[in-house]
Design a protein around this ligand. Structure first.
Ligand code: SAM
Ligand code: SF4
Length: 343
C-alpha cells in the first residue's frame, strides 16, 4: 500500500514506534564519509573514501531528512565524516531549517570536529542551529596532532570561540584513550566547565578496521569515574536523552559531565534513534548490521511515499539491543567505522 507524505505544515506527524514500544523521533544523518582529520580510533591513516556517485546528493539528503520529519522525527543531527567538509553543507542546513520554522522539528544540530567552525559558526546560528557537539580529545597541541594524525588544535579553539560568540551552546565529546588523554580528563572537564560547556566522555567502540590495537586504547569509564569521584562530588542527573549517555553534575565546577559506556553497560531500553549513512543506508542500531537501502528507493521514485514506507518497514524490525564485545581475539562487532555510520 502506498502512502503520501504531506507537507509538514499541513500534517500532524505521528511519531514512529518500534516493536519494543520505543518512540523513534531522533535521526542522525551522515552527510559525507570524508574528513580532514584521521583520528586513530576512527579511521585508517590511508583511508579510502567512497566514489562521489555513491553519496546522496544534497537534494537527496534534504528529501530524505524531510521524509523523516514527515514521519515524526523531532530532532535531526547531521554528522559524518566531517559534515563541514561537505561542499554545500551550509545550504543543506539552510534548507532544512524550514522544518524548524514550521515547528515540525524541535532541533537541527550537528557533530563536528570543529576545524572549520570559525568560518561557519555565524551561518549555522543564522539557520537556527542552537547547540552543537564538538569532538575534542585533548588540549595538548602535540597530543592533538598525534591523535588526529596531523590536526591543528588552534583551529578548533578558534572555532569554539566563534561558535560561543555566535550564541551556539557547545557540548564537547571526548573519547577516553588510555595512553593519549587518560591522565588529562579532569583538566579537560575543568576547562569545559569554566567556559560554560558540557562535556561527555566516550569509551572507544569496536567499529571498523583500523590499525591501532583497540584493547590498548580502551579505557573503562568506570575507572575514570572512580578517579573523578576522588576529586569531586558527582551527583547523578536523571536527565535521559534516549541515548547512551548518563549524566552527572560536578558540584565543585557546577558543570555537567556525560558518560557514554556502550561496552560496559546497556543503554538500549530507551533508545529513540536511527542512523542514516551518507549513501542512504538506514541502520537501526549502532551495534547491529541490520539495515535498509533507502538510496535505491529515493532514486527509483519521485514520490516520497515509498521512501516513507521503507523507513516504517525498517523501524518495525529495529533490534532490541546492540551486541558489542571487545577483546584480543574479537573482530569489530560492526565493520563499518563511525565515520560511515555517523557518530
Ligand atoms: N567528524 C565529526 C566529529 O569528529 O565530531 C563527526 C563524526 S565522528 C565519527 C562522531 C563521533 O564519533 C566523534 O565524537 C568521535 O570521537 C566518535 N568516534 C569515532 N570513532 C569512534 C570509536 N571507534 N569509538 C568511540 N567513538 C568514536
Ligand atoms: Fe574525522 Fe570525526 Fe572520525 Fe576524527 S572522529 S577522523 S574528526 S570523522
Amino acid at each position: 500500500m502506498s502512502m503520501t507524505v504531506l507537507p509538514a505544515s499541513s500534517r500532524v506527524a505521528t511519531p514512529m514506534v518500534d516493536p519494543f514500544g520505543r518512540t523513534i523521533d531522533y535521526v542522525r544523518v551522515s552527510v559525507t564519509d570524508r574528513c580532514d582529520l584521521r583520528c586513530t580510533y576512527c579511521m585508517a591513516e590511508r583511508q579510502t573514501f567512497l566514489p562521489r556517485a555513491e553519496l546522496l546528493s544534497l537534494e537527496e539528503l534534504d528529501r530524505l531528512c524531510s521524509v523523516f520529519v514527515g514521519l515524526g522525527t523531532r530532532k535531526l543531527r547531521l554528522t559524518g565524516g566531517e559534515p563541514l567538509v561537505r561542499k554545500g553543507f551550509i545550504d543543506l542546513v539552510a534548507r532544512l531549517s524550514r522544518h524548524l520554522a514550521s515547528g515540525a522539528l524541535d532541533e537541527l544540530t550537528l557533530t563536528t570536529n570543529g576545524t572549520r567552525l570559525a568560518e561557519h559558526a555565524e551561518a549555522l546560528a543564522g539557520h537556527g542551529v542552537r547547540r552543537i557537539n564538538v569532538s575534542l580529545d585533548t588540549l595538548d597541541p602535540a597530543a592533538y596532532r598525534r591523535i588526529t594524525r596531523g590536526g591543528d588544535l588552534a583551529k578548533v579553539l578558534e572555532g569554539l570561540a566563534a561558535a560561543r560568540g555566535a550564541g551556539i551552546a557547545i557540548k564537547i565529546n571526548t573519547v577516553a584513550l588510555k595512553q593519549d588523554n587518560g591522565a588529562d580528563l579532569p583538566a579537560m572537564i575543568e576547562w569545559a566547565h569554566n567556559l560554560g560547556m558540557e562535556i561527555t566522555l566516550i569509551e572507544t567502540m569496536p567499529m571498523g578496521e583500523i590499525e591501532a590495537d583497540r584493547t590498548g586504547q580502551f579505557l573503562s569509564l568506570s575507572d575514570v569515574r572512580r578517579d573523578l569521584e576522588t576529586r569531586w562530588t558527582l551527583t547523578p542527573l536523571v536527565r535521559r536523552t534516549g541515548g547512551p549517555a548518563r549524566y552527572a553534575r560536578v558540584e565543585q565546577t557546577g558543570g555537567t559531565v556525560g558518560f557514554i559506556t556502550p561496552l560496559t553497560h546497556t543503554f538500549c531500553g530507551d533508545c529513540n534513534r536511527v542512523r542514516v549513512t551518507c549513501t542512504g543506508t538506514l541502520f537501526l542500531c549502532l551495534g547491529q548490521d541490520d539495515h535498509a537501502d533507502l538510496r535505491e528507493t529515493l532514486r527509483a521514485h519521485t514520490d516520497d511515499g515509498p521512501v516513507a514506507e521503507a523507513i516504517r518497514a525498517a523501524v518495525a524490525r529495529k533490534p532490541k539491543a546492540h551486541d558489542f564485545r571487545i577483546g584480543l581475539d574479537v573482530a569489530p562487532a560492526v565493520r563499518r567505522s563511525m565515520s560511515v555510520t555517523g557518530g
